[in-house]
Design a protein around this ligand. Structure first.
Ligand SMILES: NC(=O)c1ccc[n+]([C@@H]2O[C@H](COP(=O)([O-])OP(=O)(O)OC[C@H]3O[C@@H](n4cnc5c(N)ncnc54)[C@H](OP(=O)(O)O)[C@@H]3O)[C@@H](O)[C@H]2O)c1
Length: 249
């Protein structure tokens, strides 16, 4: 039996991309999943794939991280359905690249509120359930854009600020939760190729040349590594790459 077998895991932004890859990989590791995103139909499609591969169907919850009432309702639904959760993965965020025109206020609010306000409120709301776990972890998916002195490199200023804020939330939680069993772990991925378990590119990813972009698989493996360290270790991991990394070539 694997170390993560039977753990209850909540993943935000699980409807596609890295969140879907995390969901499939953690399901294969024997975890029971709660998947969140705005698009319920896309979540259900991810859950269907997991159910046919593992026989266990993840729960799916529609939640808009940028809307505090939606976050509150999701926390309530998870609290009603689960006595505890073992792992919260704060993966959901709204991407926004730089553009020449001024950004609409709704877009700025969506980017900042989903990554910062939503990540904080969801983590705070689920803390009572995490505190009932024997192995409670919060993993936040940041970005190399969220590192101090990161290059803007084509990302919009609100996204850059949101990722810096998300980094501060993960680090603040780590300090706040010092002396409790709950760990706060953060990963900072570079630009990723969006590959999924089961695709040929997933099997081929470990053979990539150093000049190639990182992939979802690299982040999934870093998460699995981080959450299986001894409990006295809370990792912060920067995944750098020549292509799309801290100082992109
Ligand atoms: N891909 C990269 O190159 C890269 C690099 C560095 C860091 N990251 C980080 O890794 C994480 C995943 O990235 P990704 O590329 O896989 O993202 P993605 O393909 O854009 O998917 C984002 C996920 O988050 C959900 N989401 C977006 N806005 C949301 C909101 N307001 N409320 C709730 N859920 C929301 C989306 O579903 P709905 O639209 O249905 O809500 C989707 O499931 C993000 O935190 C991202 O910043 C990605």
């Amino acid at each position: 039996m694997g170390e993560l077998e039977g753990r209850t895991v909540v993943i935000t932004g699980a409807a596609r991309g890295l969140g879907a890859a995390l969901a499939t990989s953690l399901a294969e590791a024997g975890c029971n999943l709660v998947l969140c995103a705005r698009n319920l139909a896309a979540l259900e499609a991810v859950a269907d794939g997991i159910a046919s591969a593992t026989g266990r169907r993840p729960a799916c919850i529609a939640m808009d991280l940028a809307e505090s009432e939606s976050v509150r309702q999701a926390v309530d639904a998870i609290t009603r359905a689960h006595e505890h959760i073992d792992l919260l993965i704060n993966n959901g965020a709204m991407w926004l690249e730089a553009r020449d025109e001024p950004l609409p206020v709704e877009t700025v609010l969506g980017v900042i509120n989903s990554a910062v306000t939503g990540t904080f409120l969801f983590s705070q709301g689920l803390l009572p359930l995490l505190r009932r776990s024997a192995n409670p972890d919060i993993v936040t998916i940041g970005s190399v854009s969220g590192l101090a002195n990161a290059m803007l490199d084509g990302v919009s200023v609100p996204f850059y600020a949101a990722k810096r804020g998300q980094t501060a939330i993960a680090e603040g939680l780590r300090q706040m939760l010092s002396g409790t069993p709950v760990r706060s772990i953060i990963l900072h991925p570079p630009d990723l190729d969006d590959i999924q378990p089961g695709e040929p590119a997933w099997a081929e990813a470990p053979g990539r040349a150093k000049s190639a972009r990182a992939t979802n698989r690299d982040v999934v493996e870093a998460v699995l590594f981080a959450v299986t360290r001894p409990r006295n270790v809370s990792l912060s991991i920067v995944l750098d790459a020549d292509h799309g990394g801290v100082f992109p070539g």
